[in-house]
Design a protein around this ligand. Sequence first.
Ligand code: LFR
Length: 489
Amino acid sequence: MTITHVAAVDLGASSGRVLLARHDSERATLEIEEVHRFPNGFLRRDGHDCWDTEDLVAQIEQGLDAIIARGITPASLGVDTWGVDYVLLDQEGRLLGQAVSYRDHRTDGVMDQVLAAVGREELYARTGIQFMQFNTIFQLAALKKENPDWLPRVKTLLLMPDYLHYRLGGGLSCEYTNASTTQLLSLKARDWDRPLLRKLGVPEQWFLPLSQPGRTVGEWTAKSGERVKVVLPATHDTASAVVAVPLEDEHSVFISSGTWSLMGLESGQACNDPLALAANVTNEGGVDGSYRVLKNIMGLWLVQRLRDAFPALSFAELAAQAEAAPPLRFLINPNDDRFLNPPSMYEQIRAFCLETGQGAPEGPGEAARCIFESLAFLYRQTLLELGAITTRRFKRIHIVGGGSQNRFLNQLCADFCALPVIAGPVEASALGNITAQLRAHGALADLAAIRSLIRHGFASETVLPHPDVSDSVERHWNRFQDLCRAVPV
Ligand code: LFR
């Protein structure tokens, strides 16, 4: 038999999808189909922004049951989600508390307290993970303060995708690529940093042994009784997306573009020297012993939340209005913490521009243009930092994920970075999830085979930089850097 079906659940902060993939090893083709899509977002519970885990499980099962109802029983299923978020299970395996979202304000100010106790250099040397106030390490410090009485009641900590696997009948597991986002792993040992956990006063026994992608962790049972293996993909969505970037060589940079823009490169070596620390570059764990050397850039979250102020406009209409607005009038530092989860993104952007003496963008087009141009400048800054840290010379930028459909931003990226942009595949994280499962079934040999299949089977578009815009970009580049220096990235 040359046909293998697998199901992938790809959960993002704003939507989730269940996809069915059909691989034909004789013809070397892969077809994917979105079977079910559902909205995701947070709910206010116990004073916090939380994920609705019950709804997520129900939606996932609805999608999986729809596949079974077609008469197809996939060889396996696997879930990938965003990183850092977790749930706690009590002694009976029940949820203790809520699945609090990383954007919840409970971690405001907590990072500085933890760093004062552990030491910034020390923590970076041990973990190689960038400092972001929502990393699991800081969420746990916030939890300890708010619910100290829970500590003895907790048996296990499960990261989001591991919890969903567990709820789908997959047993208890902890997948490595996502665990690396917690900032609790030893960069060298690629395992829980137990001395660090002791220092933080977080019980070591909460943390399960790490599993690599490809492992079978259990079985899901459909309503109709069919059984489907649960096989771990790279459960961190960004790790899965990077699997699916058709990277050519070390001169390629990727941007995984969605709610976040994750910009970086794949490397066999971690970069956690003082230069990397100064740039706050991360070294998340990838497949096959690789590292994702990258930076989190606030990404299309800014536009998603801008739309709250202009609900009548679609994403495409907003991008069209941005394109029609005058260029390079307003700039922000997209990575300023004030944009993480403000009550109004539009007002927050206007406030930033006013405070930095630029006046304020009026209306959706000007505000959206400000976001896109600022993102493209931050891409340029990150490109320079990555080049300095790794001494690599970059020749092209791959943009993958849903955000790669944004032609305006792709063009700005090419123009501001003065490099060709190769846009696509759009479904990168789902494809990474799917191909990791296919590899576990022996249908694909290795990462090279995966990338070759994706390069040949999925559309991409090359966008070249406009030669005539470089002068005006250069003039505003210093202005952008000054804005970022005023508020550190
Ligand atoms: C992207 C992502 C990023 C991670 C952020 C928060 O969806 O997984 O890689 O830093 O979400 O978990």
